[in-house]
Ligand binder design. Sequence first.
Ligand code: CO
Ligand code: CO
Ligand code: CO
Length: 316
Amino acid sequence: MPREIHPDLLVGSETGDDAGVFRLTEELALIQTVDFFTPIVNDPYLYGQIAAANAMSDVYAMGGRPLTAMNVVCFPVNEMDISYLKEILRGGGDKVREAGAVVVGGHSVEDQELKYGLAVAGIVHPDRILTNTGAKPGDLLVLTKPLGTGVIATAVKGGFASGEVEAGAIEVMAELNEAAARVMAEFPVSGCTDVTGFGFLGHALEMARASRVGLRIFASKVPLIPGVLELASQGMVPVGSHRNLEFCRSILKVGERVSPVLLDLLADAQTSGGLIISIPEDQADSLLERLRAEGVQHSQIVGRVRSEGAGSIQVV
Ligand code: CO
Ligand code: CO
Ligand code: CO
């Protein structure tokens, strides 16, 4: 994309942040983001919920709060019953309402392949914007949701995942990053991003590059959805996740004790993943405590920010 320059454009596309931020007044900035994808689960209502949680996640990752959303729909009118779309929109609408935001409209086109998502507008104080450029040497990294939704979705398609494992992934994907963002606002957080299609490693790499720091990831501390390690060791890793790993490979140093399967999961493409929060070391334990108290129960300290090896990641 060509680089945009405007005095009130506070965050553009050049650092790989998924949302743009535009200053409206000294006190108020507008966050805009859009996300849509093909169905990740069979149930249309859950698909709608997950798509909405995912679309609003970039607002939360920037320290903001969503206000309005617009449905983006591509629908195969001739092949699919319209009641299916009704359920998707009901799921999306319910999730937007849960976030305290409101659906104000949308746009639909006919397409051979179903796709759904939302364009979301949110607000943030211009001095309180969090981006992936802020991570500082000495910080610790906190991840707020367990990984593995890409592997589980692949296993579900092949009929290999148990209902229990599938339900675990759905719960993770449908969960808003709202509580995590609300808690994060109580702390002097240095930087933040959310984990989606590029996987934990891919988004961590974007953060390392944009913040010009090195990251050390404690692989055994990274939370995983129960059952996903078994599925990944049976080879159920989607193409996109392997591609993520290949993309990171040249800047990755991997310790001998890190298994290839675990590395696959660290790179697994996530839908509606958690936040990666970079926070000064002396604040990390209190942040973790507050996150868990607010129901963000899978949160873990998963790494450390370093001045050495800027733009690279060490997995130990
Ligand atoms: Co994002
Ligand atoms: Co996005
Ligand atoms: Co229109």
